[in-house]
Design a binder for this molecule. Structure first.
Ligand SMILES: [Mn+2]
Length: 196
């Protein structure tokens, strides 16, 4: 079964469409009005080997808050739909990714119960015009709607661009590990609870 989904979400603040293929080639088409966030989502697609198409029209004349958060929400909804009943996946994923002086760790669990533990201090308030405080809003929106437990730790780093890249690359790689079919778990739910 193709693990794909397409979600359209429209509010008075944003109009967002996300199309996703969990078994893709790591290609992305991104048009959000937030170039730095696009640069990060491109890393998620490639390092997650997920095809990602995102079209977002948001109230950027106010700021990037609603658009960044709602992209996270819509991507989370698409992820939850594409992953389906989670039978046969590895469920847990983790990755450490360095970039020069920066190093981050991301750990994810397709637990079904949303939870974000975010420990990333950015040395600057914005990168390329993108407010660094919005990374938390993006991940919170994603976590709440994908139904995952996500731990993100920037272990070290001086350059804000480097820190952000290590976080999103590690997120992509942790996703890939967790979503990977487990040959020994084919058709089996990776949980003793009976549902995830
Ligand atoms: Mn870069």
């Amino acid at each position: 079964m193709q693990r794909t989904a397409e979600i359209e979400r429209n509010t008075l603040e944003t109009r967002i469409t996300v199309a996703i293929n969990l078994d893709g080639a790591g290609d992305s088409q991104l048009d959000t009005g937030l170039p730095f966030l696009e640069h990060m989502l491109d890393k998620v697609a490639r390092h997650g080997m997920i095809d990602l198409n995102i079209l977002a029209k948001g109230d950027l004349h106010i700021d990037g808050h609603h658009t960044a958060e709602d992209i996270g929400i819509t991507l989370g909804q698409a992820m939850a739909q594409a992953v389906g009943d989670k039978k046969g996946i590895r469920r847990y994923g983790h990755a450490y990714v360095p970039l020069d002086e920066a190093l981050s760790r991301v750990v994810i669990d397709f637990s079904g119960s949303p939870g974000l533990d975010f420990h990333v201090d950015f040395p600057r308030a914005s990168i390329g015009g993108f407010d660094t405080e919005l990374f938390f809003e993006f991940f919170q929106g994603f976590v709440n709607h994908a139904g995952v437990t996500l731990h993100i730790d920037a272990l070290r780093g001086r350059n804000a661009h480097h820190i952000a890249e290590t976080v999103f690359k590690a997120f992509g790689r942790a996703l890939r590990m967790a979503l990977e079919p487990d040959p020994r778990m084919s058709g089996i739910l990776p949980s003793t609870k009976g549902s995830l």
